[in-house]
Design a protein around this ligand. Structure first.
Ligand SMILES: Cc1cc2nc3c(=O)[nH]c(=O)nc-3n(C[C@H](O)[C@H](O)[C@H](O)COP(=O)(O)O)c2cc1C
Length: 363
């Protein structure tokens, strides 16, 4: 996925500052958007109920912010099921991203439960459309650091500060991502990042040439805070550093400025300013392993957040099926299906994305 770049806006002769004034100034606190984002991201009180833990789970990363999950509650148990009505058939035809998203939600629920005195046993059913069953029992509270990072984690789609991450912090990131059945490769050398950049540009170019891919992305964009607040889902422009606009104007701007060249330039700046790139690879290409990848990634992203390190996705090399085998060969894993490409580094926070209320995601 990719959004209108600031550089494109500059190229039109309209300054970003001017657009920012139009974008943010006319809507104090973005029409209540920032207050709502803050409200959704409060940590829980002691002794939370299952619905409270579900709220923490829904703050997890998920593809296109479609929130493709349903939660079924029973005594001491939360089950997470796919919400097939929210799949993204073009970018994710085999529900790979969908199951990773469920894994991300499961991991946040487990971490929030642990911090508030509930230990979890996680079971994933077999088959093509598995569900995740999480049984919770009383235990001593554990793992405050990652829990407190849950409301602060975000996909930060901006240019980072270009500085390396310390060896000690890299070791913590590596440890956090450890999960049986998943391996993570870290690339911090400029030469490796430039090779990945070439794959990202090839993938982004292929996606931008596909009208169905562009139309699917467009469906999940939210240009105005009014629409973002009304749906509670999707990709709100401000979260990617784009101006806030009335929906009709955003649609016109998207048609005019969402170009392959501008997007590729943006990705070049983003990758070259990042401290490194992490590539997640599951041992097998099935929904059970995609859930594991999601759990591994969510822990990685929360540990990064706790250390003040930002993360963002660059999944084009694994989304475009024709590129994937070559990318896997470059990774030295020719028989694997690489699952996620994540850049990391330091940068200021962007506005947070919204979620639908818990009542909307209960099965
Ligand atoms: C499996 C998966 C794939 C994703 N792919 C992309 C991507 O290609 N580009 C991107 O900018 N964000 C990507 N994201 C990030 C989501 O868009 C993001 O998690 C969602 O909009 C919610 O925002 P948040 O992470 O800031 O809470 C992906 C997330 C997941 C879990």
């Amino acid at each position: 996925m990719a959004l209108i770049s600031r550089r494109t806006v500059i190229a039109t002769g309209v300054s970003v500052a001017a657009l920012g004034t139009v974008g943010y100034g006319l809507w104090p606190r973005m029409g209540g958007y920032l207050d709502e984002a803050d409200r959704q991201r409060q940590l829980l009180a002691d002794n939370p109920g299952l619905e409270d833990l579900v709220r923490m789970a829904t703050l997890a990363a998920n593809s296109h912010n479609t929130q493709p999950w349903l939660f079924r509650l029973a005594e001491g148990q939360v089950s997470i099921l796919p919400d097939i009505s929210r799949r993204t058939a073009v970018v994710d035809p085999d529900d790979h991203h969908l199951y990773i998203s469920l894994g991300c939600a499961a991991e946040s629920l487990v971490i929030a439960g642990a911090a508030l005195g509930r230990s979890s046993a996680v079971a994933v059913s077999a088959g093509d459309a598995p569900q995740i069953d999480i049984s919770l029992t009383t235990a001593d509270p554990d793992g405050q650091e990652l829990y407190q990072a849950i409301p602060l984690r975000q996909s930060t789609r901006s240019v980072y500060d270009g500085q390396p991450i310390s060896t000690a912090d890299m070791a913590l990131l590596e440890t956090a991502a450890r999960e049986a059945g998943v391996s993570v490769q870290f690339f911090t050398e400029a030469a490796d990042r430039d090779v990945i950049l070439d794959y990202v540009i090839a993938g982004n170019s292929a996606q931008m040439d596909d009208p169905a891919w562009v139309a699917e992305l467009r469906d999940w964009l939210r240009f105005s805070s009014t629409r973002a607040l009304a749906t509670g889902d999707g990709l709100f422009g401000a979260c990617s550093g784009n101006p806030v606009l009335p929906e009709w104007m955003g649609g016109q701007m998207f048609k005019l400025f969402f170009t392959k060249e501008a997007e590729n330039t943006k990705y070049r700046d983003q990758i070259r300013s990042s401290a490194g790139i992490a590539v997640f690879v599951g041992d097998r290409a099935d929904p059970q392993h995609w859930i594991k990848v999601g759990r591994s990634f969510q822990r990685f992203a929360l540990q990064a957040t706790a250390l003040g390190i930002r993360t963002a996705h660059l999944n084009m090399p694994i989304e475009v099926a024709s590129l994937r085998p070559d990318f896997a060969r470059w990774l030295g894993a020719p028989d694997a299906r690489p699952d996620l490409v994540i850049r990391f580094g330091r940068a200021p926070a962007m506005p947070m994305s919204l979620r639908r209320p818990v009542s909307a995601v209960l099965a």
